[in-house]
Design a protein around this ligand. Sequence first.
Ligand code: NAD
Length: 437
Amino acid sequence: MKNQLLSQSPQEFITTLKAHNIKKFYFVYDDKSKSVKASHKVLGEIAEYFQNTSFDFEKHEGMFFQVSSKYDMLMGAFIHRTNRGQAAGGVRYWSYNNMLDYFSDGMRLAKGMTHKNALAGLWWGGGKGVLAHNNNYDKNDKSIREFIYKEYGNFLTSLKGCYVTAEDVGTSVEDMENIFSNTRFTTCIPNSKGGSGNPSAPTARGVRAGMEAAIEFLGEGTLEGKTIAVQGLGHVAVPLIEYLFDRKVKKIITCDIFPDVVENAKMEFKYFNFEARVVHKNDVSILSEECDILAPCATGGILNSDTIPNIKAKIICGAANNQLAIPSEDDEALMNKGIIYVPDFLTNRMGIVNCADEQAGYVNNDPIIERHLSKDWEYSIHQATLRVLNQSRESKIPSGKVAIELAHKLSLENNPIYGHRSQLIIDSLVESKWELK
Ligand code: NAD
């Protein structure tokens, strides 16, 4: 890697920042000069890399960062596109080997949220928070978490609302509560505080809705009597299995890497035709089970050139993010094999749908949320899945690509009330020298 700063570990990078007396920094896209601007000269090589080399950069409107005052962790807000509204997406707490991985993850995830939110018809833009864990500290230490998430709340307040956060991989509802104590720009706070809480059960309902649309598309009736293979037995998979048995599926085959998780599920579903096994993390045998539908609900990248040739399911529809290892190739390979792929960001949208508007108040069975699970609303998962699959069949373009093209078009529409307000907020942060405050 040529770029010296990007090859540094987050800890080395923080040392570099300190040597230049930098506590806060940013990169923004300047539409007039069509270039990425860095807040500090010394970070110019990173801006240049984003603009000229990065695969994940796509004119991200703004990326703002701060070094935590106590634990040397890097906190960031990646804002991709905000025409539809403030950037919304969860904050990830993760360990990164180098700064290139950190920035790439944030940019890719923020872009994914733009697509997910736009295709869901939400008046929100796309963004993501990323906190780089410092491996010198215990990730599960309660007091450290409380400190950094409260600080993250202040960080979001300083960004004046161009990014609104939520729960994501590595974060919890308790963390959101800590963020909430210092900012109003967060969602997924606990039900007891008037928030939407954990979004996993609604996500599972959304995945089932995607499956039902795909079955209808194939003219194969309903879920009744179908066999489903589910990878993972986590927060989404367990309610999904329950909802699938509600629809009288014939059999469910699952696996997880943790024996206790498998045992608990076996107990929970002991009166059903349910098979669960413990697997090693590299064991992908679940993907080649004889079944009607395969539901990846564990990790990303599992649909690739090694696994696709062995898949026997007619439909793939699951909650896991970024299921295609190389989207441009794997999407096509699935289509050529005659497998119906329901794009992950289409079917797993309920996580963000469930929390996106909670700042306006959260009510049970909210019709604004429920319509995403209906069969007839224009932007519902059902309708969006049918639209994408039909267009894919007609155009012979893979479904993932069709979905991204649709989402891209929608993401450029300006919010009917606020216009492109978040861009104005970003401009004002730059003008007011946010990085020096
Ligand atoms: P989770 O961590 O609760 O569950 C994932 C489960 O998969 C765990 O039990 C884990 O042990 C298991 N697992 C990991 N690697 C495995 C492997 N190789 N083989 C079999 N099992 C394996 O996560 P979750 O909240 O249930 O989310 C599942 C996926 O859906 C993730 O990719 C997540 O990003 C995505 N997603 C979740 C939500 C949500 O609302 N929770 C929303 C959108 C997307």
